[in-house]
Ligand binder design. Sequence first.
Ligand code: PEP
Ligand code: MG
Length: 325
Amino acid sequence: ERKELHRLRREPTRTVDGIDINLYANAESREDVAEAHALGATGIGLYRTEFLFLQRAELPDEEEQFRAYRDVVLGMSGRPVTIRTLDLGADKADRTGLVLRDEPNPALGLRGVRLSLARSALLETQLRALLRASGYGPLRILVPMVTSREEIREVRSQMKRIARELRTQGHEIADHVPLGAMIEVPAAAIALPGFIGSIDFLSIGTNDLVQYLLAADRNNEALSDLYTPLHPAVLRLLRDVIRLAHARRKPVAMCGEMAGDALYAPLLLALGLTEFSLHPGTLLELRRVIRECDLTALRGRLPLLMRARDRAGIEAWIESHRPNA
Ligand code: PEP
Ligand code: MG
């Protein structure tokens, strides 16, 4: 079986009825990027920049960040690379003094884009490094924890100002660097019709979306039964977000753990998802399963899925739509 998976490195991620699905990789290290490239990933769908900031007492400066981002872009030799701005919060062990230490409720605190906007020098440095890296190949910037339109508009206006400054300083940067939002706060998903016009692409972060939608801590083992994407509220929100994005012709990917679980692939295809971003370690397994799926048939079974009223109902749908089941 490992041999069969290995062979799939050079095969397209094409459904039985001939539709190509994009498999991007989540990455946070050089090794992940090299693996993604070797496995034929469409690109990098989520590059988490937190690791550059963790386990150290000093913030990485512009030059260090620039080199790291440029190396990701070069490592993918022309395939698109999506780099996420810093998503630190009191839940992650940073030693730089950037993050408030004792927030009562870290998941609901000053994290993600909120922290970036509160520390403008931090965002400025990161955007300068990212925009400089855009001169080396296709790069997209992804913003975490977006809750409302103002946040993304603020990031975009800073991006525009910094791009102008960089050009005046003689840096070569891409003409257009797409700016996207993580959809992981329920308010952003629900209010999406009002701000989808302000973003170039979307990436659904189910790890946090599920946590906030179900009010269930993603790290609390006592809640592991509750914390699941197999809830009708989650499926409905996913369906609506994907549908709206397609209607408005905005690329939409899913980069939470849900996207990397082959068990969920038929369900996600039925919901309309065509771009998955996942850890390179599971990429070939997902490709194998998708190559056995009939997209047209699955899409036709969406109404049945949406009628499921509980987890058992959703699981029954999944069970009866297993490829080769
Ligand atoms: C998510 O929330 O689904 C996500 C991909 O981001 P992270 O796991 O880094 O919070
Ligand atoms: Mg998240």
